[in-house]
Design a protein around this ligand. Structure first.
Ligand code: 13P
Length: 253
């Protein structure tokens, strides 16, 4: 059985006070029935990691995550946050290679491979994002682009390292647009990714990797998306900022 994961990516939103309220509402609403069946990850802005981590306490269901980390270990990199800093505050998950990092901050596959290495070397879990822009979907080369993204940033890993990695497929055209991929489009791409992993690492490793879908996941489409055989959960942006909506998505798993 693959681990089911529903992660909220809060992006650059909320004040500290709002973040604490949202967290306490989510904690209050994540019902007993989902406990054990799914890991919930709240990927909050850097300044709130310690506070939200402490607020969650020793929850075995809800975890905190970071949204990015530097490829450097330490030193004169003003404004950056290292993986060892994130590890030192006991934050277990880090999103790597979100399309907004690729698009606005010029992060490419080679850099993301370095970041993934740092996260794994620290014993933390990378949530590695891939996904095609609209023009690539429209010209029909989306499968080869996503395979290339996965290959360039992950295929240097050992099977043991890959097994500790979570992948999120997020088609750029579905992010923040309200236009979600159909469950068939999501399933097709997840199957392509898994098959590609199997071609390099074998079926047993490929079958063990959790692949999340992201891009306009909402409470009214989550069930259908999560019911696909190769979709192991979601990476949720806008809808993770509203407690009831997010918890409904969690319950859809
Ligand atoms: P939305 O759910 O707002 O489309 O964002 C998806 C996303 O980018 C999650 O990382």
């Amino acid at each position: 059985m693959r681990q089911k994961i529903v992660a909220g990516n809060w992006k650059m939103n909320k004040t500290l006070e709002e973040a604490q309220s949202l967290t306490s509402e989510i904690m209050g609403m994540v019902a007993d029935e989902v406990k054990g069946a799914v890991k919930v990850v709240l990927c909050v802005p850097f300044p709130y990691l310690v506070t939200i981590k402490n607020q969650l306490g020793s929850s075995a269901t809800i975890f905190v995550g970071a949204q990015n980390a530097s490829q450097h270990d330490s030193g004169a990199y003003t404004g950056e946050v290292s993986v060892s800093m994130i590890k030192s505050i006991d934050v277990p998950f880090i999103i790597i290679g979100h399309s907004e990092r690729r698009q606005y901050f010029g992060e490419d596959s080679k850099l993301l491979a370095l970041k993934v290495d740092k996260v794994l070397a620290a014993g933390l879990t990378p949530i590695f994002c891939c996904g095609e822009p609209l023009e690539i979907r429209e010209n029909g080369t989306h499968e080869s682009l996503v395979k290339q993204q996965v290959e360039e940033s992950l295929f240097h890993l050992s099977p043991e390292e890959l097994k500790k990695t979570v992948i999120a497929y997020e088609p750029v055209w579905a992010i923040g647009t309200g236009k979600t991929a159909s469950s068939q489009q999501a399933e097709d791409m997840h199957a392509v990714i898994r098959k590609h992993l199997a071609s390099k690492y074998g079926n047993e490793v490929a079958q063990s990797i959790s692949i999340l879908y992201g891009g306009s996941v909402k409470s009214d489409n989550a069930k259908e998306l999560f019911s696909q055989p190769n979709v192991d959960g979601g990476l949720v942006g806008g809808a993770s900022l509203k407690s009831r909506e997010f918890v409904e998505i969690v319950k859809s798993i």
